[in-house]
Design a protein around this ligand. Structure first.
Ligand code: CA
Length: 229
């Protein structure tokens, strides 16, 4: 469920916004002051902030600027004065949208939804850029160099990771130990094809349920190894 932070000192307005947003299945938290709002915005993971301009203590301009220094979540600024909107724009605070009071709650909800969808697309596409290899229960994030087995993360050394990834990316292909050694270790490496055997053993201990009956990396006797699909 998406979480929204309302920073608003007028209780009746905050409650009205909250009611409408909750009807649209958002989870809502209210802060009544600029300082409290800023603190909450930085401490918790909200998906969007609705920020009133005139607040006791720190005003909305300052809160917006301070949130922007740390986070890029959508900020929707609200003010009772039309002139303020020009001021917000002029200051280039990084607010994503502006609304003047009074506004209809349904308009607020519509804008919130539009910004969340836009933000999800941006963040979502950033995540998709990670290069992921997924085979049966194994998930390899090549970008972050992390591996999960049945949803549980396991740690691999650099060469174990490279070897596992290479085999998983070339399934059903039998590689000799010599080929694997050439592929993963550079020519100057100290070691020989026995290194490959040792690494395969270590990888199996981390990915196989029963290392005597490997489900992923198969030994092809007299030839080498193959990643089964
Ligand atoms: Ca106010």
């Amino acid at each position: 469920m998406s979480k929204i932070l309302i920073i608003e000192d007028e209780e009746s307005i905050a409650d009205l916004e909250k009611d409408y947003l909750e009807l649209s299945d958002f989870q809502v938290h209210i802060e009544n002051s600029g300082n409290g709002g800023l603190e909450a915005a930085l401490a918790e993971d909200f998906d969007l902030v609705i920020l009133d301009l005139m607040l006791p203590g720190m005003d909305g301009f300052e809160v917006c600027r301070k949130i922007r220094e740390k986070k890029d979540i959508p900020i929707l600024m609200v003010s009772a004065k039309k002139d303020d909107i020009d001021k917000i724009r002029g200051l280039g605070l990084g607010a994503d949208d502006y609304m003047t009071k009074p506004f209809s709650p349904s308009e607020l909800v519509a804008r919130v939804k539009a910004h969340m969808a836009r933000y999800d697309r941006l963040v979502g596409s950033a995540q998709k850029r990670n290069d992921i290899v997924e085979i049966r229960g194994i998930k390899i994030d090549k970008t972050a160099r992390r591996v999960w087995i049945d949803g549980e993360e396991r740690t691999f050394t650099t060469k174990e990771f490279d070897l596992l990834t290479f085999l998983a990316e070339n399934p059903n292909h039998v590689y000799t130990k010599e080929e694997l050694f050439r592929e993963i270790w550079d020519m100057d490496s100290i070691g020989d094809i026995a290194t490959v055997t040792v690494h395969i053993k270590k990888i199996r201990e981390k990915i196989e349920f029963d290392t005597s009956k490997p489900q992923y990396i198969e030994t092809i006797w007299g030839v080498g190894y193959r990643f089964k699909v």
